[in-house]
Design a protein around this ligand. Structure first.
Ligand code: NAD
Length: 364
């Protein structure tokens, strides 16, 4: 997971002065970023751009200038960084415009809609020296780091397998916007990408995916449901079930209560299994043998490991400030997030062609 660029602080940002941030795309996640910016002492919102004139009200409420095009914002305001929170198929243009204007970028996940677009952004970031941080916000939670430590320090022995699910039912008017019915906004690219990023972070690189998907409930271009068998380069085998048309208590959001809009159930959605024990995730429950041989003849104990539910968006935007100031490399860089995109798109590709998709050593 290599990290690119940014070793300088080009826009006169100083440690004492908050960095100036503009928001491009003031829709649902854009408003979440606005709340994080408001709570952060490291960043200051300076402008909003959105091609929907109705978003001018949001800018008015935040008391910052509004632009109906990101180009005029970039020319007029020259912020230290921008947050790109436009629909996935419109991540490329504002990201390119910002990098060309010597502005660092925090772009929402997925990094881009396609691998070609992601490669363009990686190249441009390298050429310009301006950073791209990708909004894989789950990486900022303590529970993810604790799970990584438990898996890597041998507490559950050799990691053998993982099984996970993200099974929710989105409200019917979620799909009123036409872009949300297209393949780029289906649950694979919108939701699975989060879990795929966590799986890569916790289990290592993905080497092969076999998947099936269908759209039998809604019949839109985007899929409703997908099932994937994931082989990791380490040899770990995993399965993942995804649907945005199932009323169920099992998903990251329902488990953690991260977003008040999705009432919590506290039910874990992912299980990591090793030769000595297992870990339920994301509300960490460790299953282990207490001094007895770790086999099916002996009882297992469970232990809950408490974690805080931090505001990952504030931590993310504070990290963006560090990236802008040259104090940190992006925690989820464009290169890293492109590997997550590659593994996620493999689920789509495998389901479309009914073929396994191999990723190891695969060029972009
Ligand atoms: N990190 C997360 O958990 C998370 C959650 C939701 C969405 N997202 C991602 O955020 C992105 C946006 O999703 P959303 O649900 O907020 O969408 P949305 O439709 O609610 O908001 C998108 C906003 O962008 C504006 N917009 C569209 N095209 C534009 C353009 N060319 N220039 C400027 N503004 C433009 C729209 O007018 C709208 O205000 C998607 O890529 C999605 O995958 C991430």
């Amino acid at each position: 997971m290599s990290l690119p660029t940014s070793s300088h602080s080009p826009n006169n940002a100083t440690p004492t002065k908050p960095v100036s941030i503009a928001l491009i795309g003031a829709g649902s996640i854009g408003k979440r970023h606005l709340a994080a910016l408001k709570a952060s002492t490291r960043c200051r919102l300076v402008a909003i751009a959105d091609n929907n004139p109705a978003s001018a009200q949001v800018a008015q409420h935040e008391a910052v200038p509004f632009f109906d095009h990101y180009d005029s914002l970039l020319q007029t305001i020259k912020p230290d960084g921008v947050i790109v929170a436009t629909p996935t198929e419109h991540h490329l243009q504002p990201t390119v415009a910002a990098l060309q204007a010597s502005v660092h970028v925090l772009v929402e996940k997925p990094v881009m809609a396609t691998l070609d677009e992601a490669q363009q952004v990686i190249n441009l970031s390298t050429e310009t020296g301006y950073s791209v941080l990708v909004g894989h916000h789950r990486r900022y939670y303590e529970r993810v780091e604790k799970a990584k430590a438990i898996i890597e320090d041998g507490t559950i022995g050799q990691l053998v397998a993982v099984v996970g699910q993200w099974t929710m039912r989105k409200h019917d008017d979620y799909y009123d916007s036409a872009w949300r019915r297209q393949w780029q906004a289906g649950p694979i690219l919108t939701n699975l990408i989060h879990d795929m990023d966590s799986l890569r972070y916790l289990c290592g690189e993905v080497s092969e995916v076999v998947a099936r998907a269908n759209n039998q409930v809604l019949g839109h271009e985007k899929e409703d449901t997908a099932a994937a068998i994931i082989t990791f380069a380490s040899g770990v085998l995993g399965t993942f079930l995804l649907s945005d048309q199932t009323a169920s208590p099992w998903s990251w959001e329902r488990a953690t209560g991260e977003n008040a809009a999705f009432p919590a159930t506290a039910q874990n959605a992912v299980k990591f299994m090793g030769t000595k024990g297992s870990l339920e995730f994301p509300n960490l429950t460790l299953w282990h043998h207490d001094g007895t041989p770790a086999d099916w003849l002996h009882p297992m104990q469970s232990m809950h490991i408490a974690t805080e539910l931090e505001d990952a968006y504030i931590k993310q935007v504070d990290h963006f400030a560090d990236v802008i100031l040259g104090r940190a490399e992006p925690r989820a860089s464009a290169v890293d997030a492109t590997e997550t995109l590659k593994a996620t798109l493999a689920v789509l590709e495998s389901s479309q062609h009914a073929q396994p998709v191999r990723l190891s050593g695969r060029p972009l």
